[in-house]
Design a protein around this ligand. Sequence first.
Ligand SMILES: [Zn+2]
Length: 132
Amino acid sequence: MAIKKASVAKKYAAYEAILKRRIAELQERVARARAEIQAENDPDDEGALAYRNTNREMLMTNIERDVQSILEMERALDRIKTGRYGICVSCDEPIAEARLKALPWARICIACATNPNQNRRLTGLEKLSPAR
Ligand SMILES: [Zn+2]
């Protein structure tokens, strides 16, 4: 039904905007980190080399985590488009509004998230604290 679909889209428009903005921020951060890695020169002493390697490792870890988050948020945007947003992928119950506000990319409800037997499909991102 067209009216229902429109109201659902409107209902989640705020989350869509948050997700899109967050994706853009993360993409920018990833681009900056990649540029920083590429711009690094080979240091000429051991101390600088050790620092460079540690810094590079940290940047790579951050990039990996950010890329994972971007994927997770893009999946959430897909769910908004397909009408699956806000529905727990584990038990098919609606995800509470408060949880979506804190974790706009949440795929599972709080009950499934806190039940260790049911959170097999829980991703790393959902275990993290909410994005700002
Ligand atoms: Zn659930």
